[in-house]
Structures are given as C-alpha cells and as structure tokens.
Design a protein around this ligand. Structure first.
Ligand SMILES: Cc1ncc(COP(=O)(O)O)c(C=O)c1O
Length: 406
C-alpha cells in the first residue's frame, strides 16, 4: 500500500524550523530556496527568481552547472575523502590547474574549505614567512568571521563582542597610501586588502593604490595579501581582480566561486612564501577529492565558456545601464565586471524587498548599497529583467518616506 503523499513544507514552515533550531545568526528571509538552474532559483512554493545574490557570490557558473554536477556525481562514486597526507589524483590535478589558471606567478597552493579559512591561512603563512607579527588591513574591510580573519575585518559590530582578538592587527584607510605608510613598518608581516571591497560597499581599489601598497610592502619587507574570496574566478572580468591593476601579490585568499557551489577555498603562495614545515598548518577536509573534482570542472567551465570575458563585457554594459537610471534615490553606481553596487540616498532594505516581490534576489553591502552579484552565465535578456525590476522598485520607493533611516 502506498503511503499518503505529504505536502512539502512551505517557506514559512521552513523558516520557523530554522529560526527555532538554527543558531540565530542569520536574518532569515521569507522565501526558502529549494532548487536552482542557471541564473534562477526556485522557492518552496514553486516561484522562480533571478538570482543576483548567487549564494553571496558563490554561484558564478549559475546553479547546478552541468559539468560540476557530473564531476561531483562521478567523484562521489569514486572517492569522497582523502586526507592531505595521502597524494590524490584530483588534488594533484587541481593544484597544477589552479596555479596555471592564476597565470604562473605562484608556486604553491594550500586548499581550504571556506573564505575565512583561506584568510586565516594566509595570515599565518605571512607571519611564518616573515617572522613578524604585524598585520595591516583596511577600513571597511571584510575578511571573514574566524578570530584571525575577524581581527582583520573592520566593522566594529562584528568584532567587539569577541574581543580580545588577535593582537597586532591595525586598520589603515582604504585607498589612502599615506595612512598605510604610517602603519606598515619593520614588524609588519603583511598588508591584507580586497581589490574590490564587497561587504564594505563595493569600492574598487584604484590601481595606483594597489601599486603603492606593493611598493610599500617591498620597501618595508612585508608581504602583500590580496583577499579575492569574493572577486576571484572571473567575477570582476579578470580571473582575479588584482590583474586589473597588474600588481603581483605574495598571497591570495580564495573561496566562494572556486568549486562551482561546493565548499572550497585556497591560498595561492608566491615565491616569497617559503614551503611550510610539516605540521605548521593543515585541514581535515581541505583538498578533499569531491571539492577538487568540482573545482576542476569549474575552471574548465570558466575557460571553455569564456565566462571571464563575458563578465567583463556584460558588466561594462550593466554599469552603463545602471548609470543611466534616472532616480533621485541613486547616489552612485560603482563596480567592476559583474560585481556591482548601487549606492542609495536611503536604506537599501525596502528596495531589496521590492526586488524580491518582482522576482529578483539581490544583496545589501552595508546599509545603503544594493549589491548585484549575478551568475556570470546570466543572459542580457535576464539582466534586462533585473534592470526593469530595479527601475520599478526605485520608482515605487520614490513616493515613500525612508521609514528605516533613523
Ligand atoms: C572578501 C571576503 N573575504 C572573506 C570572506 C569570508 O568567506 P566565508 O564566508 O567563506 O568564510 C568573505 C565572505 O563574504 C569575503 O567577501
């Protein structure tokens, strides 16, 4: 006898469970996402959305990219786990492939499971390579939530409840070389910076600022760490955002889009970073064959489908279209490639809700900035829909008071 069909839980029911049983750290939305395909995600009620949040920048290839799905399925049936102390075919292939993808300036890579772990490892490696304790990060920086990465993150509200954090971490003003020159000295292990600040409001580092940081680090014997967790793998229209400026970092922290949606991160290590002694660092899951297979398929897809160039072209077009939006609510449009911020003269939350009602998911970047991180596979027609939803959402809000701006 067949059992009676039970209705799948709806978004509200799923949210109730997560609110009651989750840790409480997420501001839960009122749509539960249960499926994805390309640039779209579907909620528990069956409604589809254009996904310009892309899992906070993870789904650069779109949802369920076919080559990644096939690679994961095949690897799941072959070998799911393999500790770092045993060489493995997929890991060896990925190490070679990732370093080649990065253009030859790096000699080694350490594989992790998330962005914050990559930052954590990069900071450790910089201290190890230089024998110095100091870390200089930037105002508005976001580098993650574990204690080391959190120490380099700027936002007080994230840091203060967890003090005391890692000592000898200071913040200089983003974009202001003189401010960095005051803090970087002969006890500085590294400067860490995002080439485009994401969470901090989508601020593009001027090329001369990155060049200046490189020269400053060279002059003072410090290493330059670029956090490409959000910007990496084509998001900004180059493989990595520092390439726009043509600077060569010593360490690069990676995560998010690296494995097409499977959790993975990495640290690229340049010639100034020595190989580490056995036991200096490690990770049980880091470099597991499942994630490595997914990352190999991701790099294949990025290259074979020309997604980096696509992000460059579509991004330039999108920025132009956004700058042409005539809304008194828009203060500034910023971005690089398909990493775009629309800075408003008021709080962004109502606009995010208005977009969701029109079938578009997007992100905030601070209180007033709308952040769009669409999958690099999104079509121009889909972006036209996003633009139409945005124009309609802005028009709707123009008539309303900024009820959230206190
Ligand atoms: C620039 C940057 N660094 C680090 C992180 C932390 O990555 P994860 O959330 O995977 O730990 C993020 C996450 O948003 C990020 O944007």
């Amino acid at each position: 006898m067949s059992s009676p069909a039970t209705a799948a839980p709806d978004s509200a029911a799923l949210r109730v469970v997560e609110e009651a049983r989750g840790s409480g750290v997420y501001a839960l939305k009122d749509v539960a996402l249960v499926r994805g395909a390309g640039a779209r995600v579907q909620d528990a009620e069956g409604r589809w959305y254009l996904d310009c949040a892309a899992g906070h920048g993870v789904a650069s290839l779109g949802h369920c990219p076919p080559r990644v799905v096939a690679a994961v399925q095949a690897q799941a049936a072959t070998l799911l786990t393999c500790a770092g102390s045993y060489p493995n075919d997929k890991r060896a292939a990925l190490l070679e492939r990732l370093l080649a993808f990065a253009g030859g300036g790096f000699e080694r890579a350490f594989l992790t499971n998330s962005g914050t772990e990559s930052v954590e490892a990069a900071l450790k490696f910089a201290r190890h390579a230089t024998g110095r304790p100091g870390i200089v990060a930037a105002t508005r920086a976001f580098h993650g939530r574990t204690l080391g990465a959190l120490s380099a993150t700027f936002t007080r509200a994230y840091r203060e409840p967890f003090a005391p954090l890692v000592p000898r971490v200071e913040h200089a003003r983003f974009g202001d070389l003189a401010s960095f020159a005051e803090l970087v000295g002969d006890e500085t292990a590294c400067v860490i910076v995002e080439a485009v600040q994401g969470e901090g409001g989508v601020h593009v580092a001027p090329p001369e600022f990155l060049h200046g940081l490189r020269a400053l680090c060279d002059a003072r014997g410090a290493l330059l760490v670029v956090d490409e967790v959000q910007t990496g793998f084509g998001r900004t229209g180059r493989a990595f955002a520092y390439e726009h400026a043509g600077v060569a970092p010593d360490l690069v922290a990676l995560g998010k889009a690296l494995a097409g949606g499977v959790p993975m991160g990495a640290v690229l290590m340049g010639p100034r970073v020595r190989a580490l002694p056995v036991g200096a660092h490690g990770s049980t899951f880091g470099g597991n064959p499942l994630a490595c297979a997914a990352a190999l398929a991701t790099l294949d897809t990025l290259e074979q489908d020309g997604l980096v160039e696509r992000a460059r072209e579509l991004g330039a077009w999108l920025l132009e279209r956004l700058r042409a939006l005539e809304s008194p609510l828009v203060r500034e449009v910023r971005g690089l490639g398909l990493m775009v911020g629309v800075d408003l003269r008021r709080r962004v939350a109502p606009l995010l809700r208005a977009l969701q009602e029109r079938g578009v998911l997007a992100l905030p970047a601070g209180p007033t900035v709308l952040r769009l991180l669409p999958p690099l596979v999104i079509s121009r027609a889909e972006l036209e829909q996003v633009l139409a939803a945005l124009a309609a959402g802005l028009a709707e809000l123009e008539g309303c008071a900024d009820e959230e701006a206190h």
